[in-house]
Design a protein around this ligand. Structure first.
Ligand SMILES: C[S@@+](CC[C@H](N)C(=O)[O-])C[C@H]1O[C@@H](n2cnc3c(N)ncnc32)[C@H](O)[C@@H]1O
Length: 216
């Protein structure tokens, strides 16, 4: 549900967020990352058999470090986590390992199967939903003639199918394609709940954290 109460205007505040890119990765996380590396390598080796143009992996180690920092510093206002476009489900799995009630949403059915298998392999309690992570009507927030990759998925809305809303989540993680991060930020600004966090991986060492606030 979109909550623009009274005359308050939702804003996104960029948080000063000192995640440590040299933080050692614990062995229990390393073994998950090793198995993720294996799965991805197997996929890239056979990419021509199943090319998915939109799939690119973030740096799972640095995203884990950022998630760890957010978890430890209790920056979130809740425990629910949603990954927009979860690919192989690795970040969803890592969030669930850190104790988040994690959900990944993915449009490509092949990736949905892989992500579910990944969670099952590691016995992570997270959930993978097949569908579109864009809330109904959010397409209007894109500038006219923009050709953002995330706008072109002809799959049903993921939230509807499971009686969910974007504002059920205390944190969203996204790795947008270049040029679409402003659009995704706008979607979050309009539809996320007040106080929710948006963690974005924008490229190597480029991880940003935003909070939805409101000003009157
Ligand atoms: C750049 S990849 C990032 C994958 C993963 N989050 C990561 O960081 O490794 C973007 C993923 O989002 C998915 N995707 C893009 N737009 C989507 C949409 N509107 N709804 C659901 N999934 C989408 C793509 O299929 C792709 O797997």
């Amino acid at each position: 549900m979109n909550r623009h109460r009274g005359h308050s205007i939702p804003e996104l505040e960029l948080l000063d967020f000192p995640w440590d890119d040299s933080l050692p990765i614990p062995a229990t996380v390393q073994s998950v990352l090793d198995s993720a590396d294996e799965q991805l390598q197997a996929y890239w080796d056979q990419w021509h058999q199943r090319p998915i143009e939109q799939y690119v992996a973030c740096d799972f180690r640095d995203v884990w470090r950022a998630l760890y920092e957010i978890t430890q510093s209790k920056l979130a206002t809740g425990n629910t986590f949603c990954e927009w476009g979860c690919g192989f489900g690795i970040v969803t799995g890592l969030a669930s390992q850190l104790g988040w009630e994690a959900v990944g949403i993915e449009a490509e059915s092949f990736l949905v199967d892989r992500a579910r298998a990944f969670l099952k392999l590691h016995r992570f309690p997270g959930e993978i939903l097949h569908g579109n992570f864009l809330p109904h009507g959010s397409e209007r927030l894109a500038r006219s003639q923009s050709n953002h990759a995330c706008l072109f998925h002809q799959v049903p809305n993921a939230y509807d199918q499971h009686d969910l809303e974007l504002d059920d989540y205390a944190m969203v993680f996204a790795y947008p394609w270049p040029g679409e991060h402003h659009f995704q930020q706008e979607v979050f600004r309009h539809y996320a709940r007040e106080g929710a966090l948006l963690l974005m991986f924008l490229g190597p060492y480029e991880i940003e954290l935003y909070r939805k606030t409101s000003s009157s």
